[in-house]
Design a protein around this ligand. Structure first.
Ligand code: ADP
Ligand code: MG
Length: 393
């Protein structure tokens, strides 16, 4: 949606504030720019709505060149840089919420309707619209401030350290609120912060800047799991890397050796193997150890009288994960599908391991004690996980 190519800003005097920045931002994404002071975050943000004119490079919004758009059209699509969330004391809450709409010269009806729709998002009564900020508690004022920031009709909202000056508890509450409203209104937000915890909590993707250059641009999970270089590692802080460890474990670290049988064996052999190994599932492989399916007690029901071989009655419908997959995703998959276990295969589909419900219990406890919420904290977005597929069918 928003494409930034080789965006560069050299200030008068020769300071290279932003150096060939490249970013592709999708609709509805929450992007955090993070970096040390002077790394070019504010300059980069301000170039997006042309409060700072780029020296070179290109920004396109849905294919349209922003540098060729007139300022009015541009600001209809891209929000203002909001620096703090303070309200105007002499304006009513209604006028405060629709401040940007007023700047965009919306009609009174449209503004009133917007204000009344939006105040519901922060669970405050309609009657508050006629109040002045001083009549609200500090916390209520801040909620209105966040609402105002997201109320504008633009697709993209730019925010420059909006919570920088707040105490930690207030900041935490407002972070939750902004994320909630952003998702409900499906806004694209580009947000500058110097607080890594804030970036991890809010952002879908984090852009790490250093001396005008983009060092890494990825999801919080990926950055924590694989920092691009020592600068990023140091910037993240070792405590976070450790804290995140349960999250970034891979299936390879916990998988056990699966019991398998090759496809041409007889059912009697399969049953003997299950009894001997005391397992209720056998994975079925071909001569090259490639996963074909599985056999469990249910596959035998009624089959023994008429069928004699594994190939006649194994289940081809098998869920699996690829080696190197994040454990978190596999755990979620096991629980969601109510699977007893999930086989792990390599890139050639060869059976290399098994993650069982039993061996994830430890990890889940670990994770809870580590104060993580693996089941709800991220979406199913990992491209490396396998999917339901018919194998050998
Ligand atoms: P950040 O927001 O990451 O702290 P800035 O974008 O504000 O970084 O600044 C990047 C660099 O550009 C800094 O070295 C800063 O001193 C310089 N800079 C910022 N604005 C100007 C300006 N108007 N003129 C000259 N140099 C500037
Ligand atoms: Mg700044």
């Amino acid at each position: 949606m928003l494409k930034i190519e080789n965006l560069t800003k050299i200030y008068r005097g020769g300071k290279v504030a932003v150096d060939k920045l490249n970013l592709d931002i999708q609709e509805g994404e929450f992007i955090a720019f993070i970096g040390t002071s002077g790394s070019g975050k504010t300059t980069a943000l301000r170039m997006i709505n042309r409060m700072v004119e780029p020296t070179s490079g290109k920004i396109t919004l849905d294919g349209k060149d922003l540098t060729k758009m007139n300022a009015v059209t541009l600001r209809r699509s891209i929000g203002y840089v909001i620096q703090q969330i303070g309200l105007m004391p002499h304006m009513t809450i209604r006028d405060n919420i629709t401040l940007v709409q007023k700047l965009l010269k919306w009609s009174k009806e449209k503004k009133d309707e917007t204000a009344s729709r939006l105040i519901e998002l922060v669970n405050l009564p309609q009657s508050y619209l006629d109040f002045y900020p001083a009549q609200l508690s500090g916390g209520q004022q801040q909620r209105i401030g966040v609402l105002r920031a997201l109320a504008a009709n633009q697709d993209i909202i730019l925010m420059d350290e909006p919570f920088g000056a707040l105490d930690p508890i207030t900041r935490d509450t407002l972070q939750d609120l902004i994320k909630d409203i952003q998702q409900r209104l499906n806004k694209t937000i580009i947000f500058v912060t110097h607080d890594m915890d804030e970036a991890i909590k809010l952002a879908d993707r984090i852009a790490i800047m250093h001396e005008g250059k983009l060092i890494q641009f990825d999801t919080p999970d990926n950055i924590l799991a694989a920092p691009a270089n020592d600068f990023v590692k140091e910037f993240i802080g070792s405590h976070r890397l450790i804290q995140q460890k349960p999250n970034v474990k891979t299936v390879d670290e916990v998988m056990i050796k699966p019991i398998s049988i090759t496809i041409e064996k007889s059912l009697d052999e399969a049953i003997r193997l299950m009894v001997e190994k005391r397992v209720d599932t056998l994975f079925v492989t071909d001569g090259d150890n490639r996963l074909q399916g599985y056999l469990d007690v249910e596959s035998f029901t009624g089959a023994r009288k008429t069928k004699r071989s594994v190939s006649e009655c194994y289940e081809k419908d098998v869920f699996y994960v690829k080696t190197g997959s994040k454990l978190q995703d596999s755990v979620r998959r096991i629980l969601k599908r109510n699977l007893k276990n999930i086989p792990v295969v390599d890139d050639e589909n060869r059976l290399v391991g098994l993650v069982t419900r039993a061996n994830i219990v430890d990890i889940v406890y670990d994770t809870i004690w580590g104060d993580e919420e693996p089941m709800v904290s991220s979406e199913e977005q990992n491209g490396s996980e396998g999917s339901k597929e018919l194998i050998g069918g």
